[in-house]
Design a protein around this ligand. Structure first.
Ligand code: DSN
Length: 416
């Protein structure tokens, strides 16, 4: 792409971009929250739109000269509304955490009660973790998953009835099973709470009908745009018309200043790509690939939280074999596989060590990995878990990983 230009003017940064491109090309990317955008999306993110201040919203800006920006932002709004069947969309949040922050600002006063999934059970930092603003300024009650790794909806209902939260959050950053948004809404209605569905991880599957949609059940739906949705890094909030004005104000001026219009253009392109039939095929393949990986690990005698997956991710549970997530994630990197350590339910280890490794299929599926390739990925991971002290097996595993990377080139035509 623009690497030659960057090199001409700033070789130091160009070299590092190239180094990162090579790392991505020569790595099996299993971080469940990552993906590879199209080169069109990357190109849009690097345009003159970055120069424009556009505080406010289309047709109602605080700066002049926003006629073109308005058209782009409106297209992004329309496309994402069509994708999810939403009444209103704000495409300005810089990230999923910022989208959630705006919903908190609109629905809650400091000290109000929130019921959300515990971070160590698969929730998200911005859903009420004590180290995040959401946990510092609000009274957070957490639900988790049962011994088998599933949300216990009766337990969620019990907690809601006991605590009467003002906001209930459905959604996770590490939950491999279908989320029952209808049941969540029934629970919210019983206690007069708002329901926020954070679909950051599963957005692509929801958009293509491969996971039940929260639209129509949740009062607010937030998502990132860069995970299964395969767009640029960013966030979106969707809601009914009755909340549109309040949510827009909570984004700007409530929690953000000028929107990133170059990223909004890139979001619009990604939404357009996701509206195409081939994107649904991609999402189907993501689920099939995650399943093939889970099955291979289980067949090799390893544990996977909840026994498998309904979506794009799974978590390897290392408790039985006494290894830590931290060690295995580091060892995987030695054989060209990136994944992140993650707690498992009732993890005896700290969040910095953990007993699990989260594995996702969204990025490798974009590269074209098939079910057969995922079986090889499963063998590589098994080798690392069981034989990390055998240099020959580790070397062989690294070779297998590089062969898969070569078989499925990434950004090969134009470079980054
Ligand atoms: N940090 C992201 C994830 O990895 O799931 C969520 O924001």
């Amino acid at each position: 792409m623009e690497l030659d230009l960057i090199r001409k003017n700033d070789a130091e940064i160009a070299d590092l971009i190239e180094e990162e491109l090579k790392r991505q090309q020569n790595t099996i990317e299993l971080i469940a929250s990552e993906n590879f955008t199209s080169e069109t999306v990357i190109a849009a993110a690097g345009t003159v739109l970055t120069n424009k201040y556009a505080e406010g919203k289309p047709g109602k800006r605080y700066y002049n000269g926003c006629e073109v920006i308005d058209k782009i932002e409106k297209i992004a709004q329309e496309r994402v509304k069509k994708l999810f069947g939403a009444e209103h969309a704000n495409v300005q949040p810089h990230s999923g955490a910022q989208a959630n922050m705006a919903v908190f600002l609109y629905t809650l006063k400091p000290g109000d009660k929130v019921l959300s999934m515990d971070l160590s059970n698969g929730g998200h930092l911005s859903h009420g973790s004590p180290v995040n603003f959401s946990g510092m300024y609000f009274d957070v009650v957490s639900y988790g998953v049962n011994e088998e790794g599933f949300i216990d909806y009766d337990e969620v209902e019990k907690l809601a009835l006991e605590n009467k939260p003002k906001l209930i959050i459905a959604g996770a950053s590490n939950y491999p099973r279908i989320i029952d948004f209808k049941r969540f809404r029934e629970i919210a209605d019983k206690v007069g709470a708002y329901l926020l569905a954070d679909i950051a991880h599963i957005a692509g599957l929801v958009a293509t009908g491969l996971h039940p949609s929260p639209v129509g059940y949740a009062h607010f739906v937030t998502t990132t745009t860069h995970k299964t949705l395969r767009g640029p890094r960013g966030g979106v909030i969707m809601c009914g018309e009755e909340h549109a004005l309040g949510i827009d104000k909570a984004v700007f001026p409530g929690t953000q200043g000028g929107p990133l219009e170059h990223i909004i253009a890139a979001k619009a392109i990604a939404f357009g790509e996701a509206l195409k039939p081939e994107y649904k095929e991609y999402c189907k393949n993501v689920i099939a690939n995650a399943n093939a990986l889970a099955q291979t690990l289980v067949d090799n005698g390893l544990d996977v939280v909840s026994g498998g997956t309904d979506n794009h991710l799974l978590t390897l549970d290392l408790r039985k074999i006494g290894r830590t997530g931290k060690d295995i994630a580091n060892l995987l990197e030695e054989v060209h596989v990136t994944a992140n350590k993650n707690t498992v339910p009732n993890d005896p280890q700290s969040p910095f060590v953990t007993s699990g490794v989260r594995l996702g299929a969204a990025a490798v599926t974009t590269r074209g990995f098939t079910v057969e390739d995922m079986k090889v990925v499963g063998e590589i991971i098994t080798n690392v878990v069981k034989h990390s002290d055998d240099k020959d097996i580790m070397d062989k595993s690294a070779k297998m990983a590089l062969e898969l990377c070569k078989k499925h080139p990434l950004y090969a035509k134009e470079g980054a």
